[in-house]
Write a protein that binds this ligand. Sequence first.
Ligand SMILES: NC(=O)c1ccc[n+]([C@@H]2O[C@H](COP(=O)([O-])OP(=O)(O)OC[C@H]3O[C@@H](n4cnc5c(N)ncnc54)[C@H](OP(=O)(O)O)[C@@H]3O)[C@@H](O)[C@H]2O)c1
Length: 290
Amino acid sequence: MSEPGRVLVTGATGTVGSHLVRCLAELGVPVRAASRNPSTSGDTTGHVETARMDLREPMSTAAALEGVERLFLATPLEQDMAELAARVVDQARHAGLRQVVRLSAFGAGGRASTRLAAVHEQTEARLRESGLVWASLRANAFMQNFLTQFADSIRRADRFSACQADGRVSFIDARDVAAAAACLLTAQSPPAQACFELTGSQALSNDDVARVLSRVLGRRIRYVDMQPGETRAALRAQGMSAWLTDIVMELYALSAAGGASAVTSDVAKLLGRPPIAFETFVADHADAFR
Ligand SMILES: NC(=O)c1ccc[n+]([C@@H]2O[C@H](COP(=O)([O-])OP(=O)(O)OC[C@H]3O[C@@H](n4cnc5c(N)ncnc54)[C@H](OP(=O)(O)O)[C@@H]3O)[C@@H](O)[C@H]2O)c1
């Protein structure tokens, strides 16, 4: 069997990319881990090289693609993400890459009509036209959002707030998204064009989440539902851009209406095991909530 070719992981210091770099390196796959502020921390395998790459600098993305066989394409949640992704897809085609695995979002492909889904659909369309072998990972909301958005409030006040009423969400652990990407990027015969809807194995309301947090952490954690206007004002006061605030508010509305609650079997199909449970996620990150 031939040696695996190098994989360029974009967003390598991000939520999914950081796990993917680790997964691939542990499988013995050479990785180029790219972001604006790359970090080698934690690599003990010797399979990871880092590259400074800015998606807004075409020369740096072209350089990062040199000598690479496959690409994991994640773009930051910013207003021009579709344009940034389109340029990298075009560069990947010119560079003759064997495969692109794209980090997309649940709802792309018509399941829901949010602006975020529409933006990700644009990149899927670009991939479809490219002639490249590609897969799109349409992941639902990450469990890790509870670390970035709510851990501070849970630590300080034993509560977290949002505006999704009792709407349920089939949260997925970003480690499963990374494992799914690694599975596709190491496949001998990857599907030519494929979309995977990645969810956890159950849909939870924020009250359900509060119960899991309480049980695992051993103290009472409460979910406090806010009015959408209050949530919007709080996000803006935290410095979130108007564009991203609109995106987040749309996702809360979708979640409140049950539009993010579907549970799929794609993680199990790809990985041959069930998705990581929310309970396990909390136990694995308990210190962040204490
Ligand atoms: N959060 C969720 O629940 C969720 C669910 C489904 C899909 N998604 C999708 O996931 C994607 C984001 O992935 P993530 O959550 O793994 O990342 P993340 O944690 O938000 O981190 C962003 C990554 O992108 C890098 N980055 C930011 N700006 C860059 C630029 N101009 N050029 C190059 N690299 C840049 C960052 O590193 P540097 O700062 O060092 O550049 C970092 O590695 C989005 O497209 C989002 O729609 C998120």
